[in-house]
Design a protein around this ligand. Structure first.
Ligand code: BGC
Length: 758
């Protein structure tokens, strides 16, 4: 008691906040008691790094900078001002700092401030800390999700955390736990796909991997984002309005966030979009009622890029910027990403009596709590000499390779794969993604050439005796050269086999030229530019033509699906893309991945999801099919699996009972493999409409050639419930259908039923 009193009212006494052995709560309260209002408000603000500011000031005109929020220009402000504010303790966090040197430098400025409160550095380490140079680059989230490997998600997050801390970065803006429901949206590739259950598990393991106990030197703060609904924008474009029923929000979009909070995620980012008329950044229902009151979220909420500003200058629900800051804080915002005017305006709001200092202290308490827990007060710097001992280590590289192999989906194979090197001695390789770093995907910086295996390089490595003739189509799908297409078509006739590596362009350093990634939405899902023509002309050679896709969003490659013998969806596999793709093509690795998202035929089929309601295809489309190109859960292997003997432990259970579901899986081919088996459930009759099926469990089952295994899943009550007419979570008595098999496609599934008793 005495200590608490002393700490909270005696700022001049012992500096408890500097004492590492004092409990975190006491350190936080002691520090809060010493802070001025200005310092508190500063802790709630972020800035972009000074190198970012300098680079943009150097390369863009004043006019361009003013009109370009993505480049974070602070009108009238130079890096000198930002440095000075840091020294004055008026900045709590930085983002877009990409080197350890800059991080340590900015930290040294914060260490000169009155209270020496360390900076927390945030970075978009989405698939490895790839946004900064010289780090391990793992597959993007959509590929990782296709591995259905939650342990791998944990492992990647853990390794990423270590590489981040080795650069003095403490906070990743990941996992993105949005449920992707529109392939036009450019950010599909940074999600774990369309299924709430899979997204939830991948998200939870990522959170655990990043954060650990949140008290070790290699732990980083996770950020579940973006809250909420931006992955089903009304027109497919990033940040456009989202109009969703509370039922859809609670059934589809909330579960991964709720699970993330339960797993201990200590930060959350709100979404660009408005939700049912209220911007997410000023949405009290989301930030207060749901997040704090229902879910008891103890961490802090950070805004997204310029989105508090957008309450005023885009959504226009605040007449001016100050009002936007007010609305956002009142609704529950804790930290501002990022920029000027925040500090003075928020201080004014307190002085005018519109916001209470207590409200400000509440947010700062949450932020300081994290800084203490991460050990930043004891260790504000990272060791520049040791940094590269951790980053890109052999262990991390091995994980990146394994993850890449497990993320690549074999969509179609008429038997041409695996390739027989003795048969196909001369091979044409072409397409925009054949020899480009774009295989690293969105949220990756340019990495050193020696740290990236392009597809062409991978092929050369894995099949050294094959002659690969490469026709370069450039990297830019929008500006392909007709002559190069014709050149490839001519050469195709002279070789034994063609490999076309098509897809999208995602690299951020060519922000405006990309066709996929953040802020890069499409009004169709076809291949851009001359890519279809290239595929068709090359295939017209009559030689077997294989299509490899490198992309983030599903692509409606209908012609290829009907006419080519083999198609591989590689997504963006990361630094070992080429090696992993080539190992699969040549059968050194047996593919295992399955689609974490439906691939529609065309944009006209959108919204196309496997877990739709029963009436969705009551009246099918005329002229063209209503079926997807490939369903959720689909993915081929070089061996075959047989499913049999589906058994359930009980035909009737109580509402709080469980059922064991057992299935026998046999590897009937002649290669060892890993089968991703999936369990779906349908509530046969229900008081409100329910999806035709929902994924409720899955497992990766290694099976040697000829081997059989019995796999058991346990169905627990949480897998059976839903929101009734009054939005109450219930389990309704009646029949449930269980479906088990290799994909969500009905023909592939074995079924059983059981009943929940009244
Ligand atoms: C994105 C966020 C990201 C932030 C910082 C925004 O444009 O929406 O996901 O974390 O930028 O880079």
């Amino acid at each position: 008691m005495a200590t608490v009193l002393l700490s909270s009212c005696s700022p001049s006494g012992e500096e408890i906040y500097k004492n590492p052995s004092a409990p975190v709560e006491e350190r936080v309260e002691d520090l809060l008691s010493r802070m001025t209002l200005e310092e508190k408000v500063g802790q709630m603000n972020q800035f972009v790094g000074i190198e970012h500011i300098k680079a943009n000031s150097a390369s863009m005109t004043e006019e361009e900078l003013k009109n370009n929020t993505a480049n974070a220009f602070y009108p009238g402000v130079t890096e000198k001002d930002v440095e000075r504010w840091t020294e004055q303790g008026l900045i709590g966090s930085f983002l877009h700092v990409l080197t350890i040197e800059e991080a340590n430098y900015l930290q040294s400025l914060a260490m000169k401030s009155r209270l020496q409160i360390p900076i927390i550095f945030g970075i978009d380490a989405i698939h490895g800390n790839a946004n900064a140079p010289d780090n391990t680059v793992y597959p993007t989230n959509i590929g990782l999700a296709c591995s259905f490997d939650t342990e791998m998600a944990y492992k990647i997050a853990r390794q990423t955390a270590k590489e981040m801390r080795a650069m003095n970065m403490h906070w990743t803006f990941n996992p993105n736990v949005e449920v992707a429901r529109d392939p036009r949206w450019g950010r599909v590739g940074e999600t774990f796909g369309e299924d709430p259950y899979l997204v939830t598990l991948m998200g939870v393991e990522s959170v655990k991997g990043y954060q650990g106990d949140l008290n070790r030197p290699e732990d980083v703060l996770a950020c579940i984002k973006h809250f909420v609904g931006g992955s089903q924008p009304i027109n497919g474009t990033n940040g456009s309005p989202t109009d969703l029923s509370e039922r859809t929000i609670r059934e589809i979009f909330f579960p991964p966030f709720k699970a993330g909070v339960d797993a201990g995620a200590m930060s959350l980012m709100t979404a660009h979009n408005e939700l049912n008329g209220i911007p997410c950044h000023s949405n009290e229902w989301l930030m207060q009622d749901v997040l704090r009151n229902e879910w008891k979220f103890p961490g802090f909420v950070v805004s997204d890029w310029m989105d508090i500003e957008h309450i005023h200058d885009l959504h226009a629900t605040a007449e001016n910027l100050k009002e936007a800051f007010y609305q956002s804080i009142e609704a529950g915002m804790d930290m501002h990403m990022h920029g000027i005017h925040w500090n003075e305006m928020v201080v004014e709001l307190v002085k005018e009596g519109r916001l209470s200092e207590k409200r400000i202290t509440e947010s700062v308490r949450r932020i300081l709590d994290i800084k203490f827990r991460l050990g930043l007060f004891e260790q504000p710097y990272a060791d520049e000499k040791k940094s590269m001992e951790i980053r890109l280590s052999a262990e991390h590289r091995a994980t990146a390779l394994e993850a890449a192999r497990n993320s690549i989906v074999l969509l179609k194979n008429d038997g041409v794969l695996p390739l027989d090197a003795s048969k196909y001695k001369r091979v044409l390789v072409t397409g925009i993604n054949a020899n480009d770093m774009n295989v690293l995907g969105d949220w990756s910086a340019v990495q050193k050439n020696e740290n990236v295996s392009t597809i062409l390089q991978g092929l050369q490595q894995i099949a050294p005796d094959t002659r690969f003739d490469f026709v370069d189509q450039g990297w830019d799908p929008r500006n392909m050269d007709q002559r190069k297409v014709n050149e490839a078509a001519a050469l195709a006739k002279q070789v034994d086999l063609n490999i076309v590596v098509a897809g999208e362009y995602m690299m951020r350093f060519r922000w405006a030229d990309r066709t996929d990634g953040e802020d890069t939405d499409r009004s169709d899902i076809d291949l851009v530019g001359l890519q279809n023509e290239l595929i068709e002309k090359v295939a017209a050679s009559g030689k077997p033509t294989i299509l490899i896709l490198v992309n983030g969003r599903p692509l409606g490659v209908e012609w290829a699906a009907e006419n080519l013998p083999a198609i591989v969806e590689a997504w963006a596999p990361g630094m070992y893309a080429g090696q992993a793709v080539a190992e699969i093509l040549y059968g050194k690795v047996n593919p295992t991945a399955k689609l974490a998202i439906t691939i529609p035929r065309s944009v006209g089929q959108v919204q196309m999801i496997y877990n739709h309601k029963p009436s969705q295809y009551f009246h099918p489309y005329v002229v063209k099919p209503s079926t997807p190109l490939w369903p959720f859960g689909h993915g081929l292997s070089y061996t075959t699996y047989d499913y049999s003997d589906l058994r359930i432990s009980s035909k009737e259970i109580a509402a709080d009972g469980t059922v064991d579901v057992q299935v026998k899986i046999t590897n009937t081919g002649n290669r060892d493999g890993v089968e991703i088996t999936q369990l779906y459930i349908r509530d046969t009759y229900s008081s409100v409409t329910r999806p035709v099926k929902e994924l409720k469990d899955f497992a990766r089952i290694p099976l040697k050639a000829g081997e059989s295994k019995a796999v058991t899943f346990t169905i627990t009550p949480d897998k059976l419930g839903f929101y009734d007419k009054n939005m109450k979570w219930i389990i309704e008595p009646g029949e449930f259908k269980i479906m088990v098999g290799p994909s969500s496609s009905d023909e592939a599934l074995l079924t059983e039923t059981f009943t929940v008793k009244k």
